[in-house]
Design a protein. Sequence first.
Length: 61
Amino acid sequence: MKKTTLRMLLAVMGVAVIVYGLISGRLAESFHQTPYSTGFIVVILLIYAVVNFWNFFKGNR
């Protein structure tokens, strides 16, 4: 498996975790308990996903 394919897979899984958390309500619970650490993790996952989507579809496969 290529390195960029693995990164793309990790990015998709990160977005899937965020979407699952939003749908199930667990992300909202986590924000109520520890807002700063949860927000930090969500922001890092989103930045990682955006960068990897951009690189993957730009052609740096």
